[in-house]
Write a protein that binds this ligand. Sequence first.
Ligand SMILES: [Fe+2]
Ligand SMILES: [Fe+2]
Length: 270
Amino acid sequence: MGDLPSIPSSVSRVMEVLDNPRSSSNDLADALAMDQSLTTRILKTVNSAFYGFPRRIETLSQAVTILGYRAVRELVTVTGLFQELDKQASEPGLNRPEFWRHAAGCGLAARVIAERTGTGRGQGIFLAGLLHDIGKVFLDAFLHDEYLEALELAGQKQTSLFEAEMRVLDGANHTDFGYWLAEEWNLPPSLTAAIAFHHDPTLSQDHYTLVCMVHVGNVLTRALEVGFGGDDLVPAVNRQAWSSLHLTPSLLESIVTDFDQRLSEDLPLL
Ligand SMILES: [Fe+2]
Ligand SMILES: [Fe+2]
């Protein structure tokens, strides 16, 4: 498989600064100054319609002041990790803009579910949704030929990409690879759980509620055809996740309405 992509050092430095309550926005700017392309991408995102600020944000310390540490932490992690994996894939089999929409759609849906059900503290939910399928990006980059085969299989038949992956990869799928990668990268346990168990939340021991929200968010994003996650099939919602989140048909309806409306407002992020 060649060299494992390492977590970019700029990302781990920034995470350290953001996790230290005594750090200042100058420390953050210093930590990021080494990685110009990361900084550029973050500023581009911050200045996109997603945040809708009337004036341009020129520096990262301004971004921290306006968005807060948490939002900047999320941006840095996601941008850095995906950038690292994308470097490897010269000709991605997964359509990147559509895949991003799927990932961001899932993050947004999970966040709406958290707000509407009042479960979970909302921390890191968007990020967990954004990263849930990172195993697919990894496979696309590192086992490219096999992944093209899986994508093709999922494209022709009524086979989900999940099943196609297992057929091509000797029983393994993107959640196994994502789990392994998340452990190698020392991602926070909540993110690791979402990456590893979003297809079957009952397997997760910690962060169960968050995993349930990402699971339902993924299904919603597919049902409403937001972006493309690799196939056109809509997986079923896990019964146990449904009842653990205290979902009801009418609650789901209000979640869908809210999600739909915020999609058009928030998703230009990507
Ligand atoms: Fe998935
Ligand atoms: Fe997904």
